[in-house]
Write a protein that binds this ligand. Structure first.
Ligand SMILES: Cc1ncc(COP(=O)(O)O)c(C=O)c1O
Length: 412
């Protein structure tokens, strides 16, 4: 009954789609469920456990009181579209038309999915840097794109930052390349792509007539003087870039599910159609509140980065003391670590099977009481992430202190 192949009226029929069979549920979100089950400190999923800004919450309350409770225009409430376009011009010096070049979606997750479904045809390939935010795998499968992965190597003495081989990247592009998916600042590595790297990617996009879909959700979470440069800002790229962003990380409202795609008119028309039939629209009162959040003063964004810089230092120290090799992030709010110094899979049969990262993450959540994300969920071939796990530091000081206390039981 539950097998994919079921005989009905003499017809052999696959009851679950071949696409849905190709991927699992999100490992990141599963780790949150495990953290709850084992009462562990949750340093796995990237959602803040502290309050959203009071002004942003008040704007949402006001929007509901003002009866903004019915469908917004399917591609987004005008005040929010205007605010996004204005902010993007202010920060990146690129102007979009709020009437024809933006689609508000249910989070950047839906914006990415809608964008890919809007542009991908059978046979199209997308280039993806690896390790990658795990959604991009299922996004590729669901939209029908064939991913071509290009590895970023962890920092070493020779390379101070996560780096990619330019020849390898060039070799991943070809006549079938429809797009490259870029995520800067990057999850899980914390890499912030430099102008030189972006120009190299730009030249490949132009040469192969490909889009760049750029996920910029961590645009304001930057450290060590790094600068976020949107691909849309580079000469020749405005009209072949799809910018994906959202409110989740910048305003600490991951549960609001408000995101967007900025793109030239032609792809926007297609994105809007896909979006309309997927979700109709994002929550209307939260779009209204989003408009006021996007008008936050520059000090708000500066303070966000300063606050996260302190949390980054705190978690780096906690993890180093606990025996992890840490890769210092230059942006976003995650720390990728190497767990080679831990002896896993363990002798305890409960943690003896599976790849090292999965056995280790299971042990950590069940026995030590801290949840992380196994490195394999960021790689196409799970073996490639077997010596890595990722932690997040978008958490209150009490949460980080609780993790620190629990790590004292961990032996490297
Ligand atoms: C790189 C990246 N893109 C997108 C998302 C999801 O964003 P949203 O909440 O807007 O769907 C995340 C969440 O962790 C992320 O890390």
């Amino acid at each position: 009954m539950s097998t994919p192949e079921t005989k009905m009226a003499g017809i052999s029929r696959r009851m679950i789609s071949a696409k849905a069979e190709q991927f699992t549920e999100s490992v990141i979100r599963e780790m949150t469920r495990l953290a709850m089950k084992h009462n562990a400190v949750n340093l796995s999923q990237g959602f803040p456990d502290f309050a959203a800004p009071e002004a942003v919450k008040e704007a949402a309350r006001q929007a509901i009181s003002d009866d903004i409770n019915q469908y917004a225009i399917t591609w987004g409430a005008k005040p929010l579209r205007d605010a996004i376009v204005e902010k993007f011009e202010r920060t990146q010096s690129v102007r979009y038309d709020p009437e024809r070049e933006i689609t508000i979606c249910c989070g950047s997750t839906e914006a990415m999915m809608s964008a890919m479904m809007a542009i991908i045809n059978p046979g199209d390939e997308v280039v993806v840097f690896e390790p990658f935010y795990e959604n991009y795998g299922p996004d590729a499968i669901l939209s029908g794109a064939a991913p071509r992965f290009v590895r970023m190597q962890p920092p070493s003495e020779q390379n101070p930052d996560w780096s990619f081989d330019r020849d390898q990247l060039a070799a991943a592009f070809g006549v079938n390349t429809k797009a490259i998916i870029l995520n800067t600042p990057n999850n899980p590595t914390g890499k912030v792509f430099t102008r030189g790297e972006l120009e190299f990617i730009r030249d490949l996009c132009v040469r192969w007539n490909a889009y760049c879909i750029t996920d910029e959700i961590y645009e304001h979470i930057l450290y060590d003087g790094t600068e976020h440069i949107s691909m849309a800002r580079l000469e020749g790229m405005r009209d072949r870039t799809i910018v994906i962003n959202g409110m989740s990380k910048t305003y600490s409202v991951t549960g609001w599910r408000v995101g967007w795609a900025l793109a030239p008119p032609e792809p926007t028309q297609a994105i809007r159609k896909v979006h309309d039939f997927l979700t109709v629209g994002a929550a209307a009162p939260l779009q209204q509140a989003g408009a006021s959040a996007l008008h936050s003063p520059p000090a708000y964004y500066d303070n966000l980065a300063v606050t996260y810089a302190k949390k980054r230092e705190r978690l780096l120290k906690i993890l180093e003391t606990a025996g992890f090799t840490v890769y210092t992030p230059r942006g976003a709010y995650y720390i990728m670590t190497d767990i080679s110094s831990f002896d896993f899979p363990a002798k305890d049969p409960r943690f003896a099977s599976g790849s090292k990262d999965v056995a280790f993450a299971k042990y950590l959540v069940q026995e030590i009481g801290v949840a992380c994300v196994p490195g394999s969920s960021f790689y196409n071939d799970s073996q490639d992430g077997a010596s890595q796990v990722r932690f997040t530091f978008c958490k209150k000081e009490e949460t980080l202190a609780a993790a620190e206390a629990r790590f004292t039981k961990l032996k490297a």
